[in-house]
Ligand binder design. Sequence first.
Ligand SMILES: NC(=O)c1ccc[n+]([C@@H]2O[C@H](COP(=O)([O-])OP(=O)(O)OC[C@H]3O[C@@H](n4cnc5c(N)ncnc54)[C@H](OP(=O)(O)O)[C@@H]3O)[C@@H](O)[C@H]2O)c1
Length: 264
Amino acid sequence: MNLKLENKKAFISGSTSGIGFAIAKTFAQEGAEVILNGRKESTIEAAINKLKSEVPDAKVSGLTADFSSAESVEKLLNDIGQIDILINNVGIFASQQFADTTDEDWQRMFEVNVMSGVRLSRKVLPNMLEKNWGRIIFISSECAMLVPEDLIAYSATKAMIQAISRGLAQTTKGTAVTVNAVLPGSTLSQGAERFLKGAAEQQGITEKEVADNFFKDVRTTSLLQRFATTEEVANTVVYLSSPLAAATNGAAIRVDGGSVPGII
Ligand SMILES: NC(=O)c1ccc[n+]([C@@H]2O[C@H](COP(=O)([O-])OP(=O)(O)OC[C@H]3O[C@@H](n4cnc5c(N)ncnc54)[C@H](OP(=O)(O)O)[C@@H]3O)[C@@H](O)[C@H]2O)c1
């Protein structure tokens, strides 16, 4: 399937590794131009080199910005220029009891997970509407719907970005711009790999056993019963970003391995 992305330019927040990098790589494989983002020049440079080694003809550049700092984002907004596709991917989480989650924890998660997408969308959506084409995707999470007790603040930020995504979609009525949210389930990003490695060492079992136990004891509703690969999430995101997905707008698409129960 040709996704018709050859002349499109995409910015992906938080894309030097994890799901963001997989999205960037899939865009590059489809011939789109990509702008990577992370907090440091060094990780961006390493990610650009990795992408070019995996996709030799990739059109790729990078912009640093730390989404926990409004000033840093201000600079990014001045530098970002015209883009066709915005992937609001950056997101942080911490497994914490509600009673232990401080105001600062809430504020930091709100700033990175919510305001990143608000500020970027506010900047690029008017241009997209003016030229009558554009795609904005918010990377939410199964947690927006499952709300695990140790991830209440994180889940709240993800529920919030789904409301923002739907509301923005409603402002695109009658145009060829779309705004959608994607809800990944447990995905094997580098962060998840580190978690499995650490837990395996701590418990004296293999990483596979830790992963199997996670789905047996914690994410029991998963139908997939394994971590998704970052590429499996990226495939859906890149398809939704393509001209082929023109009729999907204001939607929340699950790539959660079936973990959210229910028929819609
Ligand atoms: N992995 C999962 O199981 C899962 C499940 C559901 C939803 N999600 C969502 O999917 C998205 C990506 O998740 P992931 O697991 O791939 O994340 P990740 O591996 O933790 O993401 C790391 C990336 O985020 C960047 N980053 C972190 N903090 C940043 C900040 N303050 N400013 C700018 N960049 C920052 C890092 O850049 P540098 O280190 O280079 O600065 C790196 O590129 C998130 O929104 C997450 O909530 C993930």
